[in-house]
Design a protein around this ligand. Structure first.
Ligand code: CDM
Ligand code: ATP
Length: 308
C-alpha cells in the first residue's frame, strides 16, 4: 500500500549580474583570481524537490530544451553532494522551473545548484549548517556560493570567497538575452588570448572603492560611472553583434550598458523603472535579442517558498 504523496519543497533562487568583474592572470589550476562584485537581480529559477525512487531531473521554461537532464545538471550534482556528506540516498525528483537564460552569464546553473541544496536539505531534514552549504556550493562552481547568499557581495579567489556588501537603494535593470550562448571557459580563454596578443601584463584584481560606495549609497549614476567587466572585450570578440545591442541600449537612455559576466546576455542600468521600460521597448523593436526583461536589484538569495 502506498501512503499519501509527500509534498515537494520549492526553493526560489535569483540570477546575478557582475557590476564589477576584475580578472587577474590565469592560475596554475586553470582558474583566474577575481575581484567579482556580484549583484543578485529579480529573475528567478524555482527548484522543487520531491521524494522519488531514484534521482530524476525535469525542467520547464522557455530554455528548457538546452538544460541537461542527467547527472551533469548542477542541481543533480548538488543533491548528490549533500546526500553523500550525510550518508543517505539522493533519490529525489528535482523539477527546475527555469526563467534565467541558459548559458547567458547570469549564473542560471549555479542558481539551480543552490536551490537544489536548500530544497533537498529541507526535504531530507539534513539540517546542514550555512557553512557546510557554502562549502558544497564552492565545490560545485565559483558562482554557486553567491546564488545561495544573494544581495550583493564581493567574491575573491575564483569568486567563491564572499564578503557581503551593503546596498543603499533599489537599482532598475534591463536584461537582453542574446540569440545563442557563450561557454564560460571559452570566454576566459579568449581573455587570456587577447591579453597575450596585446602584450598586456594583467594586474592583481581589486574591487573599486568608488563602485562599492555607489552600491552603499544606492546612487545609480555613480554605479553607472564605475561599473566594469574585464571579460567584455573577450565576449564581444566571440559574439561581435553584442556591440550593436549595447549601443542601442545606451542610445535608448541606459546610464550604462555592459555584458553580464561571461555573456552573451547584456545588462542596462536605468535611472528609473519608467526608463527601464523605455529601454526594453527600444531593444525589443531594434535589436536581435531572444528576450528582454526588466527587473530590480538587489534580490534575496536562495529561499524556501514552501516549508515542510
Ligand atoms: C564569469 C562568472 O560568471 C562571473 O561571476 C564566473 O567567473 C564563472 O563562474 P562559474 O560559471 O561558476 O564557473 P566554474 O564552473 O567555477 O568554472 C568554469 C570554468 O570557467 C573558468 N573560470 C571560472 C572562474 C574563474 N574565477 N576563473 C576561470 O577561469 C575556468 O575555465 C573554469 O573551468
Ligand atoms: N541546471 C542547469 N541549468 C542550466 N544549465 C546547466 C544546468 N546544469 C548544467 N548546465 C550546463 O551548464 C551550461 C552553462 O549554463 P548556465 O546557464 O549555468 O550558464 P551561465 O549562466 O553562463 O553561467 P555563469 O554565469 O555562472 O558562468 C549549460 O550550457 C548547460 O550545458
Amino acid at each position: 500500500m502506498t501512503g499519501p504523496a509527500t509534498p515537494g519543497v520549492t526553493a526560489r533562487v535569483p540570477a546575478k549580474v557582475n557590476v564589477q568583474l576584475a580578472v587577474g592572470g590565469p592560475r596554475p589550476d586553470g582558474f583566474h583570481d577575481l575581484a567579482n562584485v556580484f549583484l543578485a537581480v529579480g529573475l528567478y529559477d524555482e527548484v522543487t524537490a520531491t521524494e522519488a525512487d531514484e534521482l530524476r531531473i525535469t525542467c520547464s521554461g522557455p530554455d528548457a530544451a538546452q538544460v541537461p537532464l542527467d547527472r551533469s545538471n548542477l542541481a543533480a550534482r548538488a543533491a548528490l553532494a549533500l546526500a553523500e556528506r550525510h550518508g543517505r540516498s539522493a533519490a529525489v525528483h528535482l523539477h527546475i522551473d527555469k526563467d534565467i537564460p541558459v548559458a547567458g552569464g547570469m549564473a542560471g546553473g549555479s542558481a539551480d545548484a543552490a536551490g537544489a541544496l536548500v530544497a533537498c536539505d529541507a526535504l531530507w531534514d539534513t539540517r546542514a549548517s550555512r557553512e557546510e552549504l557554502l562549502e558544497i556550493c564552492a565545490e560545485l562552481g565559483s558562482d554557486v556560493p553567491f546564488s545561495l547568499v544573494g544581495g550583493a557581495a564581493l567574491g575573491t579567489g575564483r569568486g567563491e570567497r564572499l564578503t557581503p556588501i551593503e546596498v543603499g537603494g533599489t537599482f532598475h535593470w534591463v536584461f537582453a538575452a542574446a540569440d545563442g550562448g557563450l561557454s564560460t571557459p571559452a570566454v576566459y580563454c579568449e581573455f587570456d588570448r587577447l591579453c597575450a596578443a596585446e602584450g598586456r601584463t594583467v594586474p592583481a584584481p581589486e574591487a573599486s572603492p568608488a563602485l562599492l560606495d555607489a552600491l552603499r549609497t544606492g546612487d545609480p549614476k555613480a554605479l553607472a560611472d564605475t561599473m566594469s567587466n574585464d571579460l567584455q572585450p573577450a565576449a564581444l570578440s566571440l559574439f561581435p553583434s553584442l556591440a550593436d545591442t549595447l549601443r542601442t541600449g545606451s542610445a535608448a537612455g541606459a546610464l550604462a550598458s555592459l555584458v553580464s559576466g561571461s555573456g552573451p546576455t547584456t545588462a542596462y542600468l536605468a535611472p528609473s523603472a519608467a526608463a527601464a521600460e523605455d529601454i526594453a521597448q527600444t531593444l525589443r523593436t531594434s535589436a536581435t535579442c531572444r528576450t528582454i526583461r526588466t527587473t530590480t536589484a538587489p534580490a534575496p538569495g536562495a529561499q524556501l517558498l514552501t516549508a515542510r
